[in-house]
Design a binder for this molecule. Sequence first.
Ligand SMILES: NC(=O)c1ccc[n+]([C@@H]2O[C@H](COP(=O)([O-])OP(=O)(O)OC[C@H]3O[C@@H](n4cnc5c(N)ncnc54)[C@H](OP(=O)(O)O)[C@@H]3O)[C@@H](O)[C@H]2O)c1
Length: 240
Amino acid sequence: MLITGAASGIGKQIANEYASREACLALVDKREEGLGVVAEIASMLGSPDVITMDHLINNARILKQGLFEDLSHKPDYTRVMDVNLWGTVYGTHYAIPHLKKSKGKIAVIASFGGCYPTPGICFYSASKAAVINFYERLRTEIRDSRGVTIVTPGLIKSEMTMPRHSPKSTERAAKAMVRSTCHRDMYLTVPFWTSVFYLWKVLFPEVTERRNCWSYITMPRASRSTRARSRRVALPSIET
Ligand SMILES: NC(=O)c1ccc[n+]([C@@H]2O[C@H](COP(=O)([O-])OP(=O)(O)OC[C@H]3O[C@@H](n4cnc5c(N)ncnc54)[C@H](OP(=O)(O)O)[C@@H]3O)[C@@H](O)[C@H]2O)c1
C-alpha cells in the first residue's frame, strides 16, 4: 500500500492503523525526517519490511488560505492544484495497472470543503471538488464502483487545523478511513455529523450562503476593525 503525505496528521495515523493490521507499506512525503520516524513506528506496530501496492491512499495536501480578492501570488494557488489534484491523479494513473492485478483499492482523502461552500479556501476547495468529481468518473471507467473510497473529512486534528478547535481526533478518523477502505465503501464523511451541513446546503442554499457570509466575512471584518479601533485608542495612553 502506498500512502502519500504520510509524515504528518491523518496520513501518519492511517500508516499506523494499516501497520497494526500487518500491512506492507510504501510511505511518501516531502519531509524525509518525519517519514523515517513514521516508518520506524510502523515496523514496530507490525508492518513487514516489503513494499507492495494493494491500496493507494491519496492523502498529501497543501492549503492556501485567504479571500480570492486578496490573493496575489499566482504560483501559490497553481501549486495547490498541482499537489492536491494533479499529484493525486498522476499517482493513480501509474498505480491502476498494479491495483487491477492485485484487486486493490484506491482511497482518496478529499475534503468536506469540496462539497460545501467554505469561504477563504477557494483554491483548496476547488482542488478537492475536482478530486471528488475525478474519482467519481474514474470508478465508472474502471467498472469497479466499490474500488474507490472517497473520504470527505470535516475538521480533524492535524497541523493543518492545529490553532483551531477540531472536534475529531486524528486516530479515530484514521481508523474510520481504513475500515471504510477495507469495506470497499464508496464514500465516507468524518465526523459523520458533518453531513448535516451538506443536507442543509442542498435544502436551504440561500440560508447557507447568508450564514457563511456572516460568519466568515462580516464577523471577522467587524472584529478586525474593533481590534484596530481599540489599538488606536490604547496607544496614546501608553505613551503618556
Ligand atoms: N485535518 C483536517 O481537518 C482535514 C479536513 C479536510 C480534508 N483534509 C485532508 O486530509 C489530508 C491529510 O491532511 P492533514 O490534516 O493530515 O494535513 P497535514 O498534517 O499537513 O499532512 C499533510 C502532509 O502532506 C505533505 N505533503 C504536502 N505536499 C506534498 C507532496 N507534494 N508530496 C508528498 N507529501 C506532501 C505535508 O508535508 P508539509 O507539511 O511539509 O507540506 C504533510 O506532511 C489532506 O488531503 C487534507 O486536504 C484534512
